[in-house]
Design a protein around this ligand. Structure first.
Ligand code: ARG
Length: 459
């Protein structure tokens, strides 16, 4: 079939080249945005008397029909077309005749594709933002049930100080709130209209770019036409935000995998989100969490792939840029899948507070509190630290924990020790006394929960 772009190029292209050149396999998912953009374009052309009102109505009616038929399945996308833009234009002309050929006045596929992609990703951002908030909500709800569930907090994966499971989960809620902000920031810069930049240099027609931008809900127009058609920063920024988000989900997944292991047994994942082994009947594998961790690499790859594609491109549009879509679509699809699976997996897990507490009872995670006790009795911190260290070593020798070491032994190290010591090194006291802003006390964690909920609700 003759190409819509057959101008000076009269010769036939090789079918292999057509196939290589084509993007319809992956850009047809933007058909709604393409049609919406074309409707706005027709409206602007008529408003500036570049086409007549009747022509606008014919174009808009034809486009609406195509949209309806694509939605209902009555019309199938012709994968023989080079891309979605060509398909829609070809179908329109087939339906309404010569007027269809006027749609592409004062427009190029270069600004058209940049427009479609921004429209498409804007919608994805809204959907992903909703899924992200849902996951943050689940974390917050589970945290609320565990503001008093004591577990060991770790540094270097060594037991460090007691924290509540609620506090632990709220750390992830904070990360997700920052991801939400990053998404929002990326959306702000994405919400700029490239349509009207045309091929690269603008157009000789008296167009109204601001009107098209307004019709399509953009906050602004791209201020330089060469930049407008060749800017893909919005894809990179989005994938940058996604990469950080996936890194967070991957860290959380790693925790879930560890916690679900027999070594920790802090949680049990529900049957709905675990798999068995084909050979070992006892197995319950955290495959979903492992896949989230694994798919993180995939999203990083999408970002690196597009960064690499763009790095050597001279202005303005180059066909290399067609490679943007598969990357950014894959990143969106992957992020959505992961957010969708994480929320119910977390909501449905069983939290084994008994095992968490048992782990907290060994490892001397109240040693800092022992030192702080001595500080309150007047000893300088460094000396108190050394003395607490010696007592921990003594416990290790005797097979004791700090709570079970007799007062007489304590007093043989320092006369500052009294009966009140045991209350001070009780794990619950250790946790509840950490009342500093952002600390692990239940009062502080409740404040964190309230703050996160307020952010989720108010903007
Ligand atoms: N399918 C193309 C893409 O995705 C559309 C733009 C084509 N422009 C061009 N001058 N060949 O980038």
């Amino acid at each position: 079939m003759a190409k819509l772009w057959a101008g000076v190029t009269a010769g036939e292209t090789d079918p292999l080249a057509d196939d290589f050149n084509s993007s319809i396999r992956f850009d047809s998912r933007m058909f709604r945005q393409d049609i919406r953009g074309s409707m706005a374009h027709a409206a602007m052309l008529a408003a500036r008397h570049i086409i007549t009102g009747d022509e606008r109505d014919a174009l808009t009616g034809g486009l609406a029909g195509i949209l309806e038929d694509l939605e209902s399945g009555a019309l199938a996308i012709d994968t023989g077309c080079e891309d979605i833009h060509m398909f829609v234009e070809q179908e329109l002309t087939a339906r309404i005749g010569e007027t269809g050929k006027k749609l592409h006045t004062a427009r190029s596929r270069n600004d058209q594709v940049a427009l479609d992609l921004r429209l498409y990703l804007r919608e994805e951002c809204a959907e992903i933002g909703g899924l992200l908030d849902r996951l943050t909500g689940v974390l917050t709800d589970v945290a609320e049930q565990h503001t008093e569930s004591i577990m060991p907090g770790y540094t270097h994966l060594q037991r460090a100080q007691p924290v509540s499971f609620g506090h632990y989960l709220m750390a992830y809620a904070m990360m997700l709130l920052r991801d939400r902000e990053r998404l929002h920031d990326a959306l702000g810069r994405m919400n700029v209209s490239p349509i009207g930049c045309c091929a690269l240099a603008g157009t000789t027609y008296d167009t109204d770019r601001a009107m098209e931008a307004r019709l399509l809900g953009f906050a602004d127009v791209a201020r330089n036409s060469m930049d407008g058609v060749s800017d893909r920063d919005f894809c990179l920024e989005l994938m940058g935000a996604f990469s950080i988000l996936m890194m967070h989900l991957s860290r959380l997944s790693e925790e879930l995998i560890l916690w679900a292991s027999w070594e920790f047994r802090f949680i049990e994942l529900s049957d709905a989100y675990t798999t068995g082994s084909s050979i070992m009947p006892q197995k319950r594998n955290a495959d979903m969490a492992e896949l989230v961790r694994g798919k993180t690499g995939r999203v990083y790859g999408d970002l690196m792939g597009l960064l690499t594609t763009l790095k050597g491109l001279p202005l303005a549009y180059n066909k290399d840029m067609q490679e943007d879509k598969e990357r950014v679509f894959d990143a969106c699809d992957t992020v959505k899948l992961c957010l969708r699976i994480m929320a119910p997996m977390l909501a449905g897990m069983t939290v084994r507070t008994d095992n968490m507490l048992r782990a907290a009872q060994t490892g001397f995670i109240n040693a800092t509190d022992l030192a702080d006790y001595l500080v309150r009795k007047g000893l300088p911190f460094r000396s108190a630290y050394q003395l607490a260290g010696r007592l921990v070593a003594r416990c290790m020798e005797d097979g004791q924990v700090l709570e079970s070491l007799p007062l007489s032994v304590y007093r043989s190290y320092s006369p500052l020790f009294g009966e009140d010591l045991y209350q001070e090194i009780d794990l619950k006291t250790c946790m509840e006394k950490r009342i500093s802003e952002g600390g692990t006390s239940s009062a502080s964690v409740k404040k964190q929960i309230a703050w996160v909920r307020a952010v989720l609700e108010h903007d």
